[in-house]
Structure formats: structure tokens, C-alpha cells
Design a binder for this molecule. Structure first.
Ligand SMILES: Cc1ncc(COP(=O)(O)O)c(C=O)c1O
Length: 376
């Protein structure tokens, strides 16, 4: 059996090796390493895929969030509501811009921000909400959108983990995750469902004015006239090589997501009847593209199960072991243990299994039979 990895980047590369090598070679021959033609083409193709008017590529998903908040002209002291159960980048950029993160606990089934708890977090300084579509399925966006409308808040979706997921509104309208708010942000970190071979990210919006502002901000705030600056900006461009690779991979994104869903379906079937395990919940309004397949291990046995799996050559990871409000770097927010009990509980229960596009039958069988044996 081939070694099992959380993500098999090499196996995925081999599937499209010639196409990718040719794309890279073309960039090398062109030497247009920054802002070369593949960047614009990729932006257009990804915007069309997502059904967004604009896609602006940038250096990584963290910058995408930062640039989105800069474009919205949020001011120091403005409050931004988000979740304590996410990757650190979500809250990091809020702090970096001297905005105030206000955290709201999650739903224990979906791991996503709990819309019923938003109202208690609202103040007259609240300007935006950052729903994070964690592990591959969307937040209950209709409720978030209604709340944002009522209180005139911007929505910046953190869609680093759910690119390609579909959200269905109650009127039947279907839209892609990342195009449901004011601005959607995504990451092309290599292990993401649409992963580059280095860092990369992008913002989506249907607002022409915000799109123009973000396009300027990622390029030092430059106006259409070279060396004239309209905004304070950053240097955050997707490099041409990454864009060329992502153009190839975008054609396979739906296939990648389906392969992950197939693995998840096999896991579900096997683990549904193990009482100590809770299989991932499905938000009925969203497809799940399984950036992670995350079990909840009931009754305190998570760490022992993880150790057992590792001893059986099965990687398993804890996303995330420590809630954001407990992290040392964020103690000045004034939160304490006990403030977000659902998040805190999930940090003791969650365990993510390998789920990727190149999972081989014997690998899947080994993972499933090892877990079945453990609980028998
Ligand atoms: C939820 C979430 N937000 C933001 C990011 C930041 O993306 P990047 O690593 O591309 O900066 C990531 C991924 O790393 C993420 O998972």
C-alpha cells in the first residue's frame, strides 16, 4: 500500500503532469513572472466559474482578507464579528488593521458561526461580519445576509476552505460560496481544494467600485496611471507561474471536489453506526466539498484514537486544537476560557481524517478497517 498522507500533492501532480509542466515552461519562456497574461486569464476563468462579476488574484488568502477589509475602508476601532473556531488568519488581519474582532460561538453540528448568537455580539461599532465556511460547507448564509442587511453590515466571506461549494437560497437560487457576501476571499495554499504550488489567494465581488479598489490595493495602491497612487496599498500579487498552474487545476476543481465527496461517503457509511463517532453534519442548504472530513470523537477518546491511527500509518489531524480566544497573542481581546463553550468542546473532540483526490481503494480500506477494529 502506498503511504497514506493527509493530502497527496505529488499524486495529484502526476495526474496532470504534462499540462502543468507545459504551463510552467510557457511562463519561463515568456519571463513575464509578474502580471503575465495567465494571471488575467485565471481571474476571468475563476470569476466565470464562481459566477462573480470580478475576481482579483492576490498573494495568499490572508492578504485577500486584509485587502478586502482595507477596500471597505473600515476604521480603527470598528468591530468585526467572526468565529473563534477557524485558522488564525481570519482574526489576525482584523487585529493588524486595528479593528476589533468580536467573537461568536459556533454551531456544534456544522462547526460554523451560529447565526442565533449574532445579536448579542452587535454594538453601534459593528461594521462587518466574517463568516468562515469551515471544512468545506457554507455557513447558514441566508440568516447572515438578513442580519447584515438589518444592521447595515458588510459581509466578508472567508472561503479559503469551501471553493466550489454551492449554497441554495430558500427561493431555489443557487450560488457559489464566496459570492454570497460583499466580498468573498479564498486561498490557494497547496493543500486547499484548489491549491497552487506555492502561495496564492483571490477576492470575489459583484461591486465594480470595490473591485477597482482591491485591484489597486494589491498593487501598492497604484492608479491606472503608473507611479501615481490613489490608496495606501500592499504588494500582494498572484505570480504568473502560480496562475498558470491554477488555470490547469481549475479545470479539474469539480472533479477534485467529487473525489473528496466520494471518500467522505465511504467514511460516512463505515462510521455512521459507531456510537463513539459523530460523522460530519451536512447543512441542507450547502454542498460539502470536504476540505476536511472531521469526526467528533465522543466521550474523551480523541487523543487515544489519533495516536492509534498514527501507529497504524494513518495520519489524522486536529483542526483546531486551541480556540482563538485562548491563544496567547489574542489575550488583549479580554476573552477567557468558558466564553465560547461549544468551540472549546469541539477543540477536544474533532479529528480530521485523510480526504483527498488520490485516495486509493486499499488506503481507504486500511483507514476504515483500522477504525472499525479500534471500536470493536
Ligand atoms: C479559514 C482560513 N482562512 C484563511 C486562510 C489563509 O490562507 P493563506 O494560507 O493562503 O494565507 C486559511 C488557510 O490557510 C484558512 O484555512
Amino acid at each position: 500500500m502506498k503511504e497514506i498522507k493527509m493530502v497527496d500533492l505529488h499524486g495529484q501532480y502526476l495526474q496532470h503532469r504534462d499540462e502543468i509542466n507545459n504551463a510552467i515552461q510557457e511562463v519561463l519562456d515568456s519571463t513575464a513572472f509578474i502580471k503575465g497574461p495567465p494571471v488575467k486569464k485565471f481571474e476571468q476563468e475563476l470569476a466565470a466559474y464562481a459566477g462573480a462579476a470580478h475576481c482579483i488574484a492576490c498573494g495568499n488568502g490572508t492578504d485577500a482578507l486584509q485587502v478586502a477589509m482595507m477596500a471597505l475602508e473600515l476604521q480603527p476601532g470598528d468591530e468585526v464579528i467572526t468565529t473563534p473556531f477557524t485558522f488564525i488568519a481570519t482574526i489576525e488581519v482584523i487585529k493588524l488593521l486595528k479593528l476589533k474582532p468580536v467573537l461568536v460561538d459556533i454551531d456544534p453540528d456544522s462547526f460554523n458561526i451560529d447565526p442565533s448568537k449574532l445579536k448579542a455580539a452587535l454594538s453601534e461599532k459593528t461594521k462587518a461580519i466574517v463568516p468562515v465556511h469551515l471544512f468545506g460547507q457554507t455557513v447558514e448564509m441566508e440568516k447572515i445576509i438578513a442580519f447584515a442587511k438589518e444592521h447595515q453590515l458588510f459581509i466578508v466571506e472567508d472561503n479559503a476552505q469551501a471553493i466550489g461549494a454551492d449554497y441554495t437560497f430558500s427561493d431555489g437560487n443557487v450560488k457559489k460560496a464566496g459570492t454570497l457576501g460583499t466580498i468573498g476571499c479564498t486561498s490557494f495554499f497547496p493543500s486547499k481544494n484548489l491549491g497552487a504550488y506555492g502561495d496564492g489567494g483571490a477576492m470575489f465581488t459583484n461591486d465594480d467600485h470595490l473591485a477597482a479598489r482591491m485591484r489597486s490595493i494589491v498593487n501598492h495602491g497604484m492608479s491606472s496611471e503608473r507611479y501615481y497612487y490613489e490608496h495606501v496599498g500592499v504588494n500582494s500579487r498572484l505570480d504568473t507561474m502560480q496562475a498558470a498552474i491554477l488555470r490547469v487545476k481549475l479545470q479539474h476543481l469539480d472533479e477534485y471536489n467529487r473525489a473528496r465527496q466520494d471518500v467522505a461517503a465511504e467514511y460516512d457509511k463505515a462510521f455512521r453506526n459507531i456510537t463513539a463517532l459523530k460523522i460530519p453534519y451536512r447543512n441542507p442548504d450547502s454542498t460539502h466539498i470536504f476540505h476536511q472530513y472531521t469526526l467528533q470523537v465522543e466521550s474523551g477518546g480523541r487523543d487515544e484514537l489519533k495516536q492509534y491511527l498514527n501507529e497504524h500509518q494513518i495520519p489524522a489531524m486536529i483542526y483546531y486544537p486551541v480556540p482563538l480566544h485562548v491563544q496567547n497573542a489574542y489575550q488583549d481581546l479580554g476573552y477567557k476560557v468558558g466564553d465560547f463553550p461549544v468551540t472549546e468542546e469541539m477543540c477536544t473532540k474533532v479529528l480530521s481524517l485523510p480526504v483527498h483526490t488520490e485516495m486509493e481503494t486499499d488506503q481507504l480500506e486500511h483507514i476504515i478497517s483500522s477504525i472499525e477494529k479500534y471500536f470493536n
